[in-house]
Design a protein around this ligand. Structure first.
Ligand code: SF4
Length: 527
């Protein structure tokens, strides 16, 4: 018969990526680099579903909306979080609304843009989002479709929504607005095309009822550092009370998940402004680490300036988490550029309490502190920031060279015009890539190739039980590194780092790139 309110997310968001959240970046890679069966079985295996088709774990945003709807007054039997591969079991004539969480529905986010501009094609996340909208059960029973999540801004345009058959998009925080909105949808009333969520207080953030992908638990929301290309800048920085966090840890532990604490900067938990509140952070980590059933604690993001302003805090957290040798923790952080000029221009707050002129030294010092304490940073770099000059790119290249000794991953991303810069800038495209940019891309990738094998070996030791999967992944990584190194070499030697010319030659068939034979080996292994 179907549930009145069905919440779900596309298939790439409904995977725990084998416990390696960083592999989630692979959903931004265009389809075709490896075969679909290899991709969806090795890299992005589906999260498990209950026999009734409901999801055992779901994206944190989906769980938050589920909780907000229940708190608003919808009955438990009216709201279900569905596994995207079981929709035929859950959507029926009674289904009035399908709520979808989406990070990058059109495949135009920074990571996706970078991959698709270079490799061509369309990313898995966008493909799987469309598949969801065109699912036979959705087409047959025609529920109202409401989309929210980090990538909702991409659907603000009415034409795009109409083309995709989306009724409403919720941009921003959903808690306060989804109750009345879903109520209207259930009653069959007219819906607005766009709803802008309001910033909510911590007490209004509901406690999730079901477990989340990789045990994610939000500890704080917003940032306040004010980078002008970033959406969280628009949000007020708020920290959730420890009791709420522990309740969500409990929900996850019950489902067999270890907690992964999420904030834009976990080191600023409990801080007033930018000054670190050591006591609040250590108390939080101790409470979570000592919670019954918790063996390890993960983190999502931290800021490099905070690391340098509180090195003793990093050491203390490492002690609380029992980190040593191969037992390390990883999190994402923004390097963005090696140019103090661009920092001054676009993200003055990122380096506070230090000055923009100190930024390259802050990054190096932070990487040093992190590695000394068994933290492995995964840093992002942005190519093509507005008003970027060749000198800025050179400074970033020089910074990446200085980061070589530190165990880390560096992810170069193309600038995407969004947030506060949306009206004043345009996104960076393949056409804009100069030989200097290509050099920077190659520097980042070579940095990663040096560290990837070691990081993979140590991580897989802790996380992957199957020897077959481990060897398959090891093989794929070393094959990928060999191939990518070969083509970078060709680009440097034969094209003078003119990546665009090389890609054009590849697309016109003048440069042959062998199809990955590794795919065939994988298929044989999987059989
Ligand atoms: S520091 Fe990061 S999260 Fe904060 S505003 Fe800047 S880019 Fe956004």
């Amino acid at each position: 018969m179907g549930y009145p309110i069905v919440l779900t997310a596309d298939r790439t968001l409904m995977s725990e990526y084998g416990g390696a959240m960083f592999l989630g970046f692979s959903a931004c890679v265009p389809r075709g680099l490896v075969s679909d069966s290899v991709y969806f079985r090795i890299f992005c295996p589906p999260a498990k579903a209950n026999p009734d088709g409901s999801a055992i774990v779901a994206p944190y945003g989906t769980r938050k909306i589920e909780a907000a709807l229940l708190d608003y007054g919808f009955r438990r039997e009216d709201v279900i979080v569905a596994h995207p591969e079981r929709l035929e079991k859950i959507i029926g004539p009674e289904t009035k609304v399908l709520g979808i969480t989406e990070n990058d529905p059109l495949g135009i986010g920074p990571a996706t843009t970078t991959f698709t501009e270079i490799f061509g094609g369309e990313a898995y996340m966008a493909i799987k989002f469309r598949e969801l909208l065109n699912h036979p059960a959705v087409k047959r029973f025609r529920p109202r479709i409401i989309v929210g999540g980090a990538g909702a801004w991409q659907l603000e345009d009415e034409g795009i929504r109409r083309e995709l058959g989306i009724d409403t998009v919720v941009i921003g925080e959903g808690e306060r607005v989804v109750g009345p909105l879903f109520e209207k949808a259930v009653r069959g009333e007219d819906l607005p095309g766009v709803v802008y969520g309001e910033i909510v207080g911590v007490e209004e953030m509901p406690i999730i009822r079901g477990a989340t992908i990789d045990g994610i638990v939000e500890i704080a929301r917003g940032c306040g550092r004010g980078c002008d290309f970033c959406v969280p800048t628009l949000q007020r920085f708020r920290c959730r009370p420890i009791e709420h966090i522990l309740k969500e840890v409990e929900v996850n532990v019950r489902a067999g998940r270890q907690p992964l604490l999420h904030a834009e900067d976990v080191l600023r938990y409990g801080a007033k402004g930018l000054e670190v509140n050591r006591q609040a952070v250590t108390e939080l980590f101790k409470n979570v680490k000592n919670y019954p059933g918790v063996e390890r604690v993960g983190i999502s993001h931290f800021a490099l300036a905070t690391v340098v302003s509180a090195p003793d805090l990093i050491e203390e957290l490492s002690n609380i988490l029992n980190l040593s040798g191969k037992r390390w923790i990883s999190g994402q952080t923004g390097i963005e550029t090696g140019s103090p000029r661009l920092i001054e221009m676009h993200m003055k707050g990122k380096c506070k309490p230090f000055a923009p002129s100190e930024w390259p030294d802050i990054v190096i010092r932070a990487f040093e502190i992190l590695n000394e304490n068994n933290w492995v940073p995964c840093g992002t770099i942005i190519l093509g920031l507005p008003r970027e000059e060749e000198k800025d790119v050179e400074q970033t290249i020089s910074l990446i060279e200085k980061l070589q000794p530190f165990k880390s991953i560096i992810v170069p991303l193309f600038f995407v015009s969004a947030g506060g810069l949306k009206e004043r800038s345009r996104s960076f495209k393949l056409d804009d890539v100069t030989p200097r940019h290509a050099e920077l891309l190659f520097k980042c990738w070579k940095h990663n190739f040096v560290w990837m094998n070691r990081i993979f070996e140590e991580w897989s030791e802790m996380s992957i039980k199957s020897r077959l999967i481990k060897s398959a992944l090891r093989m794929l990584i070393s094959y990928g590194i060999r191939q990518a190194s070969k083509y970078m070499d060709i680009c440097e030697r034969e094209y003078g780092c003119d990546l665009k010319a090389m890609i054009m030659d590849y697309r016109s068939g003048q440069l042959k790139i062998r199809a990955p034979v590794v795919t065939k080996v994988f298929k044989a292994l999987l059989r």
